[in-house]
Design a protein. Structure first.
Length: 241
């Protein structure tokens, strides 16, 4: 079985359509979305409807639950807060209900899927350091946990209580190690590369492949400006930050 895993679309329709077009050529058996379908971008309804149609599994991210008024946003920066309130006003009742009812995590066989951290999904914690990664590996015994949230793609390898952060476009799991895989962001990458990011995972061979795709960034930026959203949300896209 081959799975495409996407995350952090953030209302970026152009990036999402580009990624899904590419996925269509990969002969995957299912598509999983790890959340943050909305927030920041100007097409929350279109993105929610596409995810609902195309993904066999979709999870909630903090921006989804923020738009649905189901999580605290006091810690959000001013740009994120403004985008959340804008998104909340724009979402249709049907799409608001959809994102409100998304699950926080999903377990199947040797795999975990979650937006942020498996130990406490609704806390929206990050896995950015060895200490944070070790804490999560102690929580679960599965072979691999797929996450998003930080918008920065990385494979974290774990053996003998030691973590190793690995950044390369393809990766094969070893039998005696466990892994956390950050799949990156479709709609707002933050690793210095503005191209949309997603992965495929071959369950049988335990092989991860990252993809980076150019999309119509200028159109996305123009739509953010026209929507009256903060200029920073458009400008940052071209720098991948």
């Amino acid at each position: 079985m081959k799975i495409a895993i996407i995350s952090d679309i953030h209302g970026n329709l152009e990036a999402l359509e580009t990624v899904l077009s590419h996925i269509n050529k990969q002969k995957v058996d299912k598509i999983v979305c790890l959340g943050d379908i909305v927030g920041y971008g100007s097409n929350p309804n279109e993105c929610a409807e596409i995810i609902r149609e195309k993904c066999q599994l979709a999870l909630a991210g903090n921006h989804d639950f923020a738009a649905a008024d189901k999580t605290d946003i006091s810690y959000f920066n001013p740009y994120a807060k403004e985008a959340v309130m804008w998104t909340r006003r724009k979402l249709t009742p049907e799409n608001l209900e959809y994102i409100s009812n998304l699950p926080l995590d999903y377990y199947e066989e040797e795999r975990i899927f979650v937006h942020a951290i498996p130990s406490n999904p609704g806390s929206w914690g990050y896995i950015m350091s060895n200490m944070e990664a070790s804490r999560e590996f102690r929580f679960f015994a599965h072979k691999v946990c797929f996450v998003g949230h930080s918008h920065s793609p990385v494979v974290i390898e774990y053996k003998d209580n030691r973590c190793k952060f690995i950044r390369r476009p393809e990766f094969h799991f070893e039998d005696d190690k466990r892994y956390i895989v950050n799949v990156g962001s479709v709609g707002q990458p933050r690793d210095g590369d503005p191209k949309a990011c997603y992965i495929t995972y071959d369950v049988d061979s335990r092989y991860v492949q990252y993809y980076r795709l150019k999309y119509d960034l200028e159109t996305t930026q123009k739509k953010i400006h026209l929507a009256g959203l903060p200029k920073n949300l458009a400008n940052r896209l071209e720098f991948g930050r």
